[in-house]
Design a binder for this molecule. Structure first.
Ligand code: ZN
Length: 697
């Protein structure tokens, strides 16, 4: 491991931040970022740092202060505000207390904020307060955990790090740990650092640079020690990796279905999870190793992984994937989890609704790992923690060691530890947060409006269209505001192989599809007398066959998932009130509409609802002109002697409400169905401002 301290970068930081925050906090910020930007040291808001200094009140009186990392800040991107100033004297005197509950500790620490608007300080604050050093760094370094989390770990650490480092057996984080750390330090006051078994490493110094340098030096020693004793594991072949992906694609929809929980009422959809796979050659080889289950089917590396990973993964070998066996394996996991709660929680201490018994990490020999979350962000966090877990547990296996994690009681104490649970208390979930939607014809005017409104309701969105700049620019636009919740799927709806491939891409990414919005369509203006049959057939392929291919592909998928679904066809008012010169469009859309009605009959037994939204013309969505209007607008303008604005006004004025129909209106009608406001299937909802001739009948 490299010491990445740069005198010039540190100086630059001092130049920028010191005038406002002082030199000590500027350098603390710099060193914290160095620590945070190395995933072999800390991950996802893990680890913490502090600096002791002075705070001046309004009377310019100096107060001894501890600036400690606030929870919610990531060390990699920390700003000076990420270290909350606290009155140090009182916190240090708390050490006299024989004990202090977690709730009282959190209250006491928050009460010592010198800036009342300061962020909530780290739950490890007292540990920083009790140690008598200006700067303290704390990491959960891979190399340290590789040694601290195996049998005879303390002896290995002593050999690797020498006697300048204290080794402290596991203590539950909070007041007890802070006291144990301070006591251990007092017994060996000349030490340079301390390993907390099954937890991480502490280093200290009079400057941020010194404390950081000790951190790097000790972790490097551990790395060298491990490297000298490690037999590298073999890697699976490329063919084995391809076979693993193949198996995963087949399994994922059913697996996602088995993990889903029934909706809380008959009207509500299933509470589904997003699945993110981790399939690589190293992991495949690791899972195939002798003793892999004994090493990997074990508690997490550190207590802060617990709330994300749960105490144990679910191990599913090939036999467990067959038919009923998969259901049983998941049911057994849930039962075992509840039994674990019952063993450790005093009566009623963990409310039924707080008991979340769904596994978050699945290990499947021959396939890889599957990370489970209520959304992409949660599942991705599991995947990052899994990568670190595999690094550490794999190294232990490679050293010929035996993994030694937290005891079950320690797992429970930490999984249901108040200050940790607080991190999970997320904002209320958006209505469609656990659903994956596939929208066809996304790059058009109605399509992009649909994508935006669905994303606003929390969906994970697969935006599909023909490959090209339209789809690319839509993806860039949507990702800018919704990040990883959006993917683009290049798909030609007229080609069943392309449809199958597109659906497969979504299955690989998130595990399945729940909502299908059939919006791809083509229009053409021609009288029947002059209609080219090839043109008619081109519309038929997109509007009719495209609808058929998508229903066929999704019906298979929904049968595998077993958790129902919703489909909405973007139909048209022309199905009910066709226009002259518009035969190819009206006839093919009518056929698509009829297919959707048939789908509502055939898919109801699977719990799938199929409905239709029938808009009048939508001209554009922001800067995106509608493709349909690019095709028919010029002709209609000529026929009526109007310009573009005039034509739009003409359409607006012909409906009862004098409404200009927008993509958002169409999207909100779709939302009415997919958020399951009422038990509807086979229903057509016109969005046309009131056109009596086009009322469905
Ligand atoms: Zn820690």
């Amino acid at each position: 491991m490299h010491n990445r301290w740069s005198a010039s970068a540190a100086e630059e930081m001092v130049q920028t931040l010191a005038p406002r925050y002082g030199e000590a906090l500027a350098l603390r910020t710099y060193a914290s970022r160095l620590l945070g930007s190395d995933p072999a040291l800390v991950l996802h808001g893990g680890g913490n740092t502090s600096v002791k200094g002075v705070w001046y009140n309004l009377l310019q009186e100096p107060i001894a202060a501890l600036y400690v990392k606030a929870s919610g800040w990531d060390l990699a991107r920390i700003e000076p505000e990420g270290h909350t100033p606290l009155a140090l004297d009182y916190l240090q005197r708390l050490r006299q207390l024989p004990e202090l509950s977690d709730a009282a500790m959190v209250q006491a620490v928050r009460g010592q904020r010198l800036d009342p608007d300061g962020a909530t300080p780290s739950i490890e604050t007292l540990l920083h307060a009790f140690l008598p050093y200006t700067c303290i760094d704390h990491s959960h370094a891979d190399a340290i955990l590789t040694l601290s989390n195996q049998q005879q770990g303390a002896a290995l650490l002593a050999e690797a790090l020498g006697d300048e480092v204290i080794i402290l057996p596991y203590v539950h984080p909070g007041f007890a740990l802070a006291k144990a750390v301070a006591d251990a330090h007092d017994r060996a006051p000349h030490s340079r650092g301390m390993v907390l078994m099954q937890h991480g490493l502490l280093t200290w110094g009079e400057t941020a640079e010194a404390s950081y340098a000790t951190m790097i030096e000790l972790v490097s020693r551990a790395e060298a020690f491990i490297a000298a004793r490690l037999t590298p594991l073999p890697q699976a072949s490329a063919a084995e990796e391809e076979a693993a992906w193949q198996r995963y694609r087949q399994l994922a929809p059913r697996l996602r279905g088995v993990l889903a929980l029934p909706g809380r009422t008959a009207d509500q959809p299933f509470d589904r999870f997003l699945l993110l796979p981790l399939i690589d050659r190293q992991l495949l080889a690791l899972l195939a190793q002798e003793g892999a289950a004994a090493t990997l089917l074990t508690p997490p590396l550190t207590s802060d992984h617990l709330i994300r990973l749960k105490p144990l993964p679910l191990w599913l070998d090939a036999a467990a994937l067959q038919d009923e066996a998969l259901l049983q394996a998941v049911a057994r996991y849930r039962q075992a989890y509840r039994a674990y709660i019952a063993r450790h929680a005093p009566d009623g201490a963990v409310a039924e609704e707080a008991t979340d018994d769904t596994p978050r990490l699945l290990l499947l020999p021959g396939i890889g790992a599957v990370c489970v979350g209520a959304n992409e962000e949660e599942a991705a966090r599991v995947r990052d923690l899994l990568r670190q877990t595999l690094q550490v547990k794999g190294a232990i296996l490679g050293m010929g060691g035996r993994y030694q994690g937290l005891s079950e009681a320690d797992c429970f104490a930490m999984e249901y530890y108040g200050p940790q649970r607080a991190k999970l208390a997320a904002a209320q979930e958006a209505p469609l947060a656990r659903q994956v939607a596939l929208v066809t014809g996304s790059a058009g005017a109605i399509g992009s409006g649909l994508c935006r409104e669905l994303l606003a309701q929390g969906v994970h969105l697969a935006a599909s269209d023909l490959p090209g700049p339209g789809l690319q620019s839509l993806l860039a636009e949507l990702q800018a505001s919704h990040g990883q919740r959006v993917m683009a799927v290049a798909m030609d709806v007229t080609d069943p192989a392309s449809v199958a491939q597109g659906v497969e891409q979504v299955v690989e990414r998130w595990g399945g599809v729940d909502l299908l919005i059939l919006n791809a369509g083509l229009a053409h203006v021609s009288s029947l007398e002059t209609m080219q049959v090839e043109t008619f057939q081109r519309l038929q392929r997109v509007n009719v066959e495209g609808t058929l291919h998508l229903f066929a592909a999704l019906a298979k998928l929904w049968r595998q998932q077993g958790t129902g679904g919703d489909a909405v066809l973007i139909s048209t008012k022309n199905v009910f009130a066709p226009g002259a010169q518009f035969g190819a469009y009206s006839a093919t859309k009518a056929a698509a509409h009829q297919l959707a009605r048939i789908a509502s009959l055939e898919l109801a037994p699977l719990g799938v609802r199929v409905n239709m939204v029938a808009p009048d013309g939508v001209f554009s969505d922001g800067d995106r002109p509608s493709g349909l209007w690019a095709e028919v607008g010029p002709d209609r303008m000529r026929a009526r002697g109007l310009d573009a604005a005039g034509l739009e006004a003409y359409y607006q004025n012909r409906n009862l409400l004098k409404a200009r129909i927008t993509a958002s209106h169409v999207a909100r009608a779709v939302l009415y169905f997919v958020t399951r406001q009422a038990p509807c299937t086979g229903v057509t909802l016109p969005v046309d401002g009131g056109l009596p001739d086009a009322t469905p009948r």
